[in-house]
Design a protein around this ligand. Structure first.
Ligand code: 13P
Length: 285
C-alpha cells in the first residue's frame, strides 16, 4: 500500500525550486475529494489540513483513511496535517493514528514555554517520522475556535526565529509577517523586509498562514521571498457555502446531499485550481 507522506520532502523540494505547496483546510469527504482531484489534475503535491474541530467533526481515523485512499488513487504526493493544534497529548494520539505532519501552536505562550512545548512534540513526532511546524510571533484573526485580537498579534522576530528553530528542531516555521486568519478589515499588508531577514537567518521551510483574502501579487511575492507552504481555508469555505445557498434558493424543496453538495464542490474546485497555480506547484508532483 502506498503511504501518505510527511511534508518533509515535499517542502524541501518546494524550497529548493522556489514554489509553495498549498495546504488546504478540508472538513469532510466532499472538500477532501475536491482538493485531491484538482491537485491530481494539475499534478501538484498537496497538503490536507485539519484543525482540532475538523478532527472532532470528521474523526481523525476517517480523515487518515480518506487520505490513504487518495494516496492510493492518485500518483501525487499527499500529506495529512494537523493545523493549529495546541494540545500535545491530542497531537501524540493523532500522530499514532497516522497524521504524519503536525503544527503545534504554542505561539501564545511565553518564548521559553513555546520552545519547551514544541520540543516535546518534535521529539515525539520524529519517532514516527512525522514532521512538525510551529509558529513564532502571532497571527491575528480567527481560525477554528481560536480568536486573536489585532492588538495581540505579533510579528516574528528574525533573530528569535533562528534561535527558535535551532532549539526546537522543527521542520518548518510559520511566520507572522502581516497576514491574518479569515477576511481582512482593511487591505492586507505584508512585511517583506522582515520575511527576507527571516529567510536569511533560518534554513527550514517557511509557512504563510492566513493566505485567504490576500491579493495574489502579495502571495506570489511572499513565495518568491521564500515561503514554501501556503495555508488556505476561508477562500474555500465562502464559495462552497455560497453555491449551496444559491442551490437552495433556486430549489427550496431540495433534500438530496448528492445534488446540493455538487455546486459547492464545483465552486470550490475553481479556487483550488487558482491557488495551485498561484503557488506554482502545478507540474511539481
Ligand atoms: P485563512 O482562513 O485566512 O485562509 O487561513 C488559513 C490558515 O492559515 C490555516 O492555518
Amino acid at each position: 500500500m502506498k503511504k501518505i507522506l510527511s511534508t518533509r520532502e515535499m517542502l524541501k523540494k518546494a524550497q529548493k525550486e522556489g514554489y509553495a505547496v498549498p495546504a488546504f483546510n478540508i472538513h469532510n469527504l466532499e472538500t477532501l475529494q475536491v482538493v485531491v482531484e484538482t491537485a491530481n489534475e494539475l499534478k501538484s503535491p498537496v497538503i490536507l489540513a485539519g484543525t482540532p474541530s475538523t478532527t472532532e467533526y470528521a474523526g481523525g481515523d476517517y480523515l487518515v483513511s480518506m487520505a490513504k485512499v487518495a494516496s492510493e488513487k492518485y500518483d501525487i504526493p499527499i500529506a495529512i496535517h494537523l493545523d493549529h493544534f495546541e494540545d500535545v497529548e491530542k497531537i501524540k494520539g493523532y500522530v499514532r493514528e497516522g497524521f504524519n505532519s503536525t503544527m503545534i501552536d504554542a505561539s501564545h505562550e511565553a518564548y521559553e514555554d513555546n520552545i519547551r512545548i514544541v520540543s516535546e512534540v518534535v521529539e515525539y513526532a520524529h519517532k514516527f517520522d512525522a514532521t512538525v511546524e510551529a509558529e513564532l510571533g502571532r497571527l491575528g484573526g480567527q481560525e477554528d475556535d481560536l480568536v486573536v485580537d489585532e492588538k495581540d498579534a505579533m510579528y516574528t522576530n528574525p533573530d528569535q526565529a533562528r534561535d527558535f528553530v535551532e532549539k526546537t528542531g522543527i521542520d518548518s516555521l510559520a511566520v507572522a509577517i502581516g497576514t491574518a486568519h479569515g477576511l481582512y478589515k482593511g487591505k492586507a499588508k505584508l512585511d517583506f523586509d522582515r520575511l527576507k531577514e527571516i529567510r536569511a537567518k533560518v534554513d527550514v521551510p517557511l509557512v504563510l498562514h492566513g493566505a485567504s483574502d490576500v491579493p495574489d501579487e502579495l502571495v506570489k511575492k511572499a513565495i518568491e521571498l521564500g515561503i514554501c507552504k501556503v495555508n488556505i481555508a476561508t477562500d474555500l469555505k465562502i464559495p462552497f457555502s455560497d453555491a449551496v445557498k444559491r442551490y437552495f434558493n433556486d430549489n427550496p424543496n431540495a433534500n438530496d446531499p448528492r445534488k446540493y453538495m455538487t455546486p459547492g464542490k464545483e465552486a470550490m474546485k475553481e479556487i483550488v485550481k487558482h491557488k495551485i497555480l498561484l503557488c506554482g506547484s502545478n507540474g511539481k508532483a
